[in-house]
Every structure is written in C-alpha cells, then in structure tokens.
Design a binder for this molecule. Structure first.
Ligand code: FES
Ligand SMILES: [Fe+2]
Length: 436
C-alpha cells in the first residue's frame, strides 16, 4: 500500500490556480471549492486581508510575561513577532525582523531581558521594538559608518496595535480594526469571560504540532458538530457529546466568523444513547470503559450552563474548556497545505494542588495526542490529501440546508456556511452566475 506521506509537497496545478481563476460555484452557500484550501494565491491574499487586515490576532497570555522585561516569541498569521512587557508595564508586539538586514533577531522562545540584540551585526532594540544602538554608527576614526542623517527613530521594528482582555493579549496590523470587544461581539465576550474572568491564570504547559491541512479546516472543524458525534469515540461513549444532549453551535451575529460549540454533559459517566442513534454511530462501543474514572470528574467551577465550550475567535484563536481542562490554541498558518497548532494549557493561581493535578490529568483529553484531539488531526490530514491531487474539486455543505449561523441541532453545517459567506466578502471572491 502506498503511504500518502510520499505525495506530500505536491499539489496538482489545477488545484493551485491564480486569483483570477478562483470563482466560487454558483450555489455558493452549499458548496466549497477545493482551491480555497490549496491555492497559494488564495493563501497569500488571506495573509494580507485577514491576518494583516482588520482583525485582532491572539498572541499570548499575560501570565506568560508577568514581569517587566519578560518576552515571548509568537506569530501573527505566519509573521514572527515578539510580545514584550516594558519597564513601564505596557505590552508591545513588534515584528521579529531586524531593521538592518532582516534577521529574526529574537531567538529564545521566552525569557527576560533589558534589550534585544540582533546576532548578525548587533543592532539593539528596546522592549517596545525601538532601535537603540548601531555599532560603529560613526565608523572608525570617522571613516565609514552610517550617513550623518541616519536616525535610529526612523529604523525601528514594525510595531502593531495591542489590546488585552482579562489577561489575554491580541495584536492587529490595521488602524481600522474596531475596539476588541466590538470586534468580538456581545455573546462571544460573555462566553470568553467565563474562563477569563480576570482571575489570575497559571500556565500548566504547552504542546505544539504541525497539521498537514489548511488553517481554515480547524475553524470549520469547530463549527461542525456533525463530525463530533461520528468521529470521536471518546466523546460519544463517555457522554460528552451525544445526539439529544443540550448543545448549541453559535455563530456571531455580526459576521458569522467567530463562534462556539457548547454542550452540557449529563451527570452519568457513560452515555445513554438511543438504539436508533447507536446504529448510525460506528464509533460508539458499549465495551469501552475507563480504568480510572477520576479522569472524568467534573468540578463545577463556573456559572455557565455549558460543561464544555470550544470557542473560535477569528482568525487564529480557540478557547478550549472541557469540564476542568482549559487552554488556548493558536492557529499558525504555514502555507496552504499546513498549519501549526500551539496549545497553552492553564489553570488559576489560586487552584489547590489537587485541582492542578486534576486539570493536568484531564488535560490528556486535549493536545496533539489527546483523546479528543487525535482524530481531528488525522481526519483533517486525510481531507487535505484528498483535495490536493484528485480529479474533482468540490465539497458539499448541505446539512440543515437553508439555515445559516447558529444551530441548536448537531446535524448541521449552518455555521460553516455563515463563515464562508463572510470569507467570500473579505476576500472579494466572485461567485459564478447561475446557468440560464
Ligand atoms: S541584520 Fe540585524 S544587525 Fe544586521
Ligand atoms: Fe473534533
């Protein structure tokens, strides 16, 4: 049998069209063409219009840089940035690109410093990204060096606008991005504030993995409750998400670009699933049992109807809350056919040692090999492989047809449709005329 790995790196030219050939099929709501996921030209336009457009991009948690001088390397879209806290306690985000010859000068993933010094020719920057020092600026014995009119102030790093909410840091390239809360919209702010209420966070650990799929597939995955009941054995056997439980797939009312998939788990550990539903769900198995049932203990700690909430905030943040395991996931696009996922797991500073242990134990649900994350990674890889070199080129999103946005049933693709309606607008993609 061929290993699909052998084909990675190759995209059929037909699946990699230039922008002018990217025309959405006429029945735009119910179909998504493959080039949305495979075209380099589309990807390049996404970097400009979405990640460098009027969007707030998640970059870090304040708990990662609590003290003056603390910094972290990060990304806005695929662009490397530094997130730093200056002596005056303000937070700055600036491109990790030396103003001299472009070196990515900040090399450590995290640390504390008084200044950043580029390894190549030792230009130095302060914690806000301003150029401080240029060695031999006046040459040696006044021979060589920079021209007399060279001013450090004209040669800093590219600095981004920054906004924070309850310990979460966002950055934007655009002056036109509205204030953060307006950008998020009311219902998203309310759900965001459940884990981020202002309580001080404690970082519990990181995971990082590459997924050989387009970055938008991860957004879709969390707007796709249909797969959750079919792909994830763990979710259905242990009653975390089964047909019939209280759940919602929400899309923000302004654009349909942010959303959340939330559910309220019943008290029993093992799911009660109707015989008819079981017959539809091949991943359901009555034989699966936990060796250690503490794993699914649920300590009610929030005033929320939902025991689980997976929130997507366009374009690059997932806030994950599943019982007592919490984290943020950052989507880092990496070309049309790849993305990197950065997972940051957290609890609270005032957690007891037992609660921290419980969060860490339950954290095994998440991450690259988590009981609830594993299958998504693989399924999305399969999709990207299916798209890149096949002879046909269309994806069908017709479940719950005729509806867009929020759905209260699990067998729906209505939130995926609202996301792509917004996406076509922001990307300025033409829709084909219906044939007469
Ligand atoms: S490239 Fe950074 S100092 Fe020259
Ligand atoms: Fe999933």
């Amino acid at each position: 049998m061929y290993q699909s790995q052998a084909l990675i790196g190759i995209t059929n030219a037909r699946k990699n069209p230039p922008l002018e050939q990217c025309v959405w099929p006429a029945d735009a709501m119910n179909n998504i063409p493959d080039w949305v996921y495979t075209s380099q030209a589309i990807y390049d336009q996404e970097i400009e219009r979405i990640f460098r457009g009027d969007t707030w991009n998640f970059v870090a948690l304040e708990a990662e840089i609590p003290n003056p001088g603390d910094y972290k390397r990060g990304y806005v879209g695929a662009t490397a940035v530094v997130i730093a806290r200056a002596e005056d306690n303000t937070i700055s985000v600036f491109e990790n690109r030396c103003a001299h010859r472009g070196a990515e000068f900040c090399r450590s993933s995290q640390g504390n410093t008084k200044e950043f010094v580029c390894p190549y020719h030792q230009w130095s920057y302060d914690l806000k990204g301003n150029l401080q020092g240029v060695p031999f600026k006046r040459g040696i014995n006044k021979v060589g060096g920079m021209p007399a009119d060279f001013k450090n102030a004209d040669h800093g790093t590219r600095q981004l606008r920054v906004a924070t909410r309850n310990g979460v840091i966002f950055a934007t390239y655009s002056d036109k991005t509205p204030p953060l809360e307006e950008y998020m919209t009311k219902e998203i702010v309310e759900e965001f504030d459940v884990p981020f209420s202002g309580k001080r966070l404690k970082i519990l650990g990181y995971c990082r993995n590459e997924l050989p799929c387009n970055w938008k597939m991860y957004h879709e995955n969390l707007k796709d409750p249909y797969h959750a009941t079919l792909l994830h054995s763990f979710l259905v056997v242990f009653g975390l998400l089964v047909p019939g439980i209280k759940s919602i797939v929400f899309a923000d009312k302004a654009h349909g670009r942010h959303g959340f998939m939330a559910s309220a788990k019943p008290d029993e550990i093992y799911a009660t699933v109707a015989a008819d539903d079981k017959a539809e769900m091949r991943s359901f198995s009555d034989n699966l049992r936990l060796r250690d049932e503490r794993f699914l203990d649920y300590v009610r700690e929030f005033n929320s109807p939902w025991s689980a909430n997976m929130m997507t905030m366009w374009p690059n943040l997932i806030v994950q809350r599943q019982m007592n395991t919490m984290g943020v996931r950052q989507i880092i696009p990496n070309g049309p056919n790849s993305m990197v996922m950065q997972w940051t797991m957290f609890g609270y500073e005032n957690d007891t040692p037992e609660m921290t242990r419980h969060r860490l134990r339950q954290g095994n649900l998440m991450g690259p090999a988590g009981f609830l994350g594993l299958e998504d990674n693989e399924a999305l890889k399969f999709v990207q492989e299916g798209l890149r070199n096949s002879s046909t080129g269309n994806n069908v999103v017709k479940l719950d047809a005729g509806h867009q946005g929020t759905a209260r049933n699990l067998i729906s693709e209505s939130c995926i449709r609202s996301l792509y309606r917004y996406y076509r607008d922001v990307m300025d993609i033409r829709v084909a005329e219906k044939a007469a």
